[in-house]
Design a protein around this ligand. Sequence first.
Ligand SMILES: [Zn+2]
Length: 294
Amino acid sequence: MKWQGRRGSSNVRTSKGGGKLIGGGIGGIVIAGILWLVFGVNPMTALQTGQVVTGGGGTSTEPATSTDRDTQFVKVVLADTEEVWHQIFSEAGSTYKEPSLILFNGQVSSACGSASAATGPFYCPGDQTVYLDTSFFVEMRQNLGIAGDQQGSGGQDNQGKAGDFAQAYVIAHEVGHHVQTLLGITQQVGEASRQVTRAEANKLSVLQELQADCFAGVWAQRNQERVQFLEAGDIDEAINAAGQIGDDRLARASGGAVVPDNFTHGTSQQRIQWFTRGLESGNVQSCDTFSGAL
Ligand SMILES: [Zn+2]
């Protein structure tokens, strides 16, 4: 994947620990109204997801100034998602509100509670922030065997390292959850989940995850149109990543029994299928994983 030489996002921050996360506010009301007009989303549901919890704990952050390769990479990928989603929202007559991304080391407090490296990358709707542990890339390369040796198929002019696009895909998936939050989908799923059995709630969660995969595919397609960043082998790499992090694979790898009711991300096959659908269409309308479910 080509990524050097493009704009890096100013929304990437590093966690310092302690202190409080301050943010949120009035902008949510405006966005809620716009979403209601454009997407038919109930403004109250969008509004609730836009609220930021400022009361309990949190983590103070500062702009990420590190020039190390992983930080630069994250900044460029996040900026790429900003460009694409601004474009898509604008085409729909709406305005995209950029998420923050916090790089943390070891442990972090979010509006969704505290998290550690073991949590894995996640998005918190309460503070509209993507959280990435700094060991995430290393673990992805090692534990999931994603980086692999792709030199053979990539040719000599590979600008990036093998595994770059798989990492970008994971960030794009988390940003997909942010888009779901802006559209009010996260809130709707949350409300529906409270009224059903645990097994049914897990099913809804799977559909939400698959939609985030599909949104990641849409992003990849639109970013390709914009900056031609894909290189030979990149799509296989993402498909491999999607396959590697399917719940069934994770359950097997950790020695646990695969129990479909506990799936929260979908099977490898489902994840690949929905990522591919988004990638081929480049259109968010193709990502209606919920049809018939809600
Ligand atoms: Zn997810």
